[in-house]
Design a protein around this ligand. Structure first.
Ligand code: IMP
Ligand code: MG
Length: 175
């Protein structure tokens, strides 16, 4: 059971903690008293979301949406669809999308459009990592953790074929 490849470390646990605390300070500054709705993109955002909101000292709501774009491989299929919907109403809310990786941008641009159709007061994007070299459609990231090279990331919630989500660091798999 121990035959999976060992990822190369890109960001260690303490670097992630520093980064996430910076992002939560930025969000606190902008959303204090606004009862924001944070929408995590499953499954990759669940660890990030959990760390991000725990220093909030004001009301915040959390929901999750499941989107399918990748198959079991490392490349996007290019077709984005919602496979698990929101339970909260978005209308009139201050919405922040919480995403693990912005890669081609197809998922997040689809999701921003999907949410905007539901008449929120605002929609912004908070992404743990950004791979700008891979972008196919433009996406504005309002709150960004790390800019990363064109590597396949794993760890801290991010998977390859459902594995490695449990790693406390962000690493990448060698080709
Ligand atoms: P995009 O639609 O190409 O921007 O890809 C977005 C989604 O693909 C992200 O939410 C991730 O779940 C997944 N993804 C993109 N790059 C990686 C990676 O390096 N490792 C694991 N998942 C990734
Ligand atoms: Mg994702």
């Amino acid at each position: 059971m121990n035959s999976q490849p060992k990822p190369q470390i890109l960001f260690a646990r303490d670097e992630i903690a520093t980064c996430v605390s910076r992002l939560s300070i930025e969000l606190k500054r902008d959303y204090q008293g606004k009862n924001p709705l944070l929408v995590g993109v499953l499954k990759g955002s669940f660890v990030f979301m959990a760390d991000l909101i725990r220093s909030f000292d004001f009301p915040v709501e959390v929901d999750f949406i499941k989107i399918s774009s990748y198959g079991r491989g490392k490349e996007t299929s290019g077709k984005v669809r919602v496979v698990g919907g929101l339970t909260a109403s978005v209308k009139g809310r201050e919405v922040v999308i919480v995403e693990d990786v912005v890669d081609t941008g197809l998922t997040t641009s689809f999701l921003i459009d999907y949410l905007k159709k539901r008449q929120p007061a605002s929609v912004r994007l908070c992404a743990l990592t950004d791979k700008p070299s891979r972008r196919q459609v433009p996406v504005t990231i309002d709150y960004l953790g790390f800019t990363v090279p064109d590597k396949f990331l794993v760890g801290y919630g991010i998977d390859w074929d459902e594995k490695f989500r449990n790693l406390p660091y962000i690493g990448y798999l060698e080709e």
